[in-house]
Design a binder for this molecule. Sequence first.
Ligand code: PLP
Length: 429
Amino acid sequence: LPEPLASQNDPSHAAHPSPLWHAFADMSKVPETRVVLERGQGVWIWDTEGRRYLDSTAGLWYCALGWGREELAEAAAAQMRKLATYSTFGDMTTNTTLELAERVASLSPMPNTAVFLTSGGSESIDTAAKIVRRYWNVLGRPEKRVIVSRGMAYHGIAGFGTSIAGIPANREGYGPLIEDVHVVAADSTQELEKLFAERGHEIAAFFGEPVRGAGGVYPPVAGYWPEVERLCRQYDVLLVCDEVITGFGRLGAWFGSAHYGIQPDIITGAKAVTSGYQPLGVVLCNERVQEPFYSGKAGVLRHGYTYSGHATACAVGLRNLEIMETERVLERGAEAAKAMVELFEPLRRHSMVKQVRTEGLLAGIEICEDARKRVPNVVDQVLWQARKNEVMTRNMLGHSLQFSPAFIITQEELRFYVERMLTSLDAVA
Ligand code: PLP
């Protein structure tokens, strides 16, 4: 088997184990392959040994602008010097927070959007889930509390997000989770229609990612989203688009729902809103959803986080969105996406590859079943080879590799990626 890339720089090796418990990791294996990263510029990152990698995933799907943008560091520093934050609890906030909400609302596909702020995707999902349940409760229909989600969906790891997870492994082993949830087959609007017809009176909302991301990058089948929107309207089910990955430009439009021509009731977002330079999540609500909460009917929504509306995160978000507009970053991402489809042709044809799924600047490169049977941990083996070949990539569920670079990736960098991935696949084949 190819040797994993051991980090000689890793102080946790053998004698000095690090106390750091990594996220989504088997801690019995992490010290063998840990990479300690130090700096970044554009789509490139460097580890503490000075090794360079093309960051083909933009961190965890978030670094839309690329690394090393001084303006974002300056925006954070300027805000911290004035007032680092003040929580948006009760009637307090900061001007920076108000401005960020205004800017996000102006990009929303829904008119007169209200923006609830969190520190990330999981908090945004739990906020959306609590808002939809509370919405029906206040309207005198407490029986409408079932949340429907899609197979292989990823909605973060907080209480509701874990409970509605479509990836079974993410739900297992925690005992009873939140009740009244239901997972449907990802692309079947027939199953959804049958469920809505039978149980629509109990269903609060349908949650879905415009493109299922962490589940392996699966774009929807043609016509899927307009049909889901139609069914939600027909059966009076709120439509929640989880745009933690697709929000803020990944598919070329500001939101994936706009890309697919639909108007959800709620959109959750995070990641690219700050390019990941600060943790920030958003929950966009249309007029219908706001109404009971803004009219006084619902009283206080007893929900929110210490860092809801964190001023430094908002300052970075504002600067990030401003740069995205002034530097035509979405357009550049869309151009890169177009080039990607063509440049990925040799990857598609590689004997190790079953399928390359693309949508916007997203791709899932699935390794063929034969190789998965033949080579133990084959996706990790490719990933370790890729590291040796200066590409940082990510294993999705043991079958596919993630591609979700910064929107500013150049054609030359796309070619570098393809070349190095072909070499890495050859080494494992
Ligand atoms: N929803 C989707 C679609 C995601 O992809 C993610 C994270 O990748 C989340 C929610 C959770 O976001 P976070 O990790 O910021 O809590």
